[in-house]
Design a protein around this ligand. Structure first.
Ligand SMILES: [Ca+2]
Length: 171
């Protein structure tokens, strides 16, 4: 398992506990990947849906991870909804994945961790966000071998932690 040292040092503590309800979580879509017309697997997150990404199922997930996936390999997922920012301030996000992943807040790409690779962490810069709901989207794909996806955040008010169910809302 390879994780960038700087990112590991920055995102290594448990933080504030947020209380969740059954309404919390994000929408997800699960796709099965196909080879392209040249017989090759995608090297980056493909368009979803597309000729190389067939929709398998949709649902709601409490966390942005692979817990809802019924496929281990040759798959992709999209997570979509809102994140509730607890107070005005600066927030930083980190995306760990095997293989590739990308993350958007308010429609802006904040982390690009795309490509075929072993577990790798990338963090955003500090983002100034206002209290309230902001759109959040994460896309992920896995060709073969091991697979993982985790999303962390931190602010000046709490230490790094996995983005909790309590602040996620489906559309
Ligand atoms: Ca892999």
């Amino acid at each position: 398992m390879h994780v960038q040292a700087a990112t590991t040092a920055t995102f290594s503590h448990e933080g504030t506990v947020f209380a969740s309800t059954t309404e919390n979580g994000l929408d997800y879509e699960l796709y099965q990947l196909k080879k392209n017309i040249f017989g090759r697997w995608p090297k980056t997150i493909p368009a979803m849906p597309s000729a190389v990404a067939k929709l398998v199922t949709t649902g709601k997930t409490p966390l942005i991870n692979l817990s809802q996936s019924t496929l281990d390999n040759y798959m992709a997922m999209r997570f979509d909804g809102f994140i509730s920012i607890p107070s005005d301030g600066a927030y930083m996000f980190a995306l760990y994945s095997d293989d590739g992943s990308k993350m958007w807040i308010d429609g802006n790409l904040i982390i690009n961790n795309d490509g075929i690779h072993s577990l790798k962490g990338k963090s955003s810069g500090w983002l100034n966000l206002t209290q309230g709901l902001h759109t959040i989207k994460v896309e992920y794909f896995e060709i073969n071998g091991s697979q993982d996806l985790k999303v962390y955040w931190k602010s000046s008010n709490f230490a790094a932690q996995e983005v909790p169910t309590a602040v996620l809302y489906p559309k």
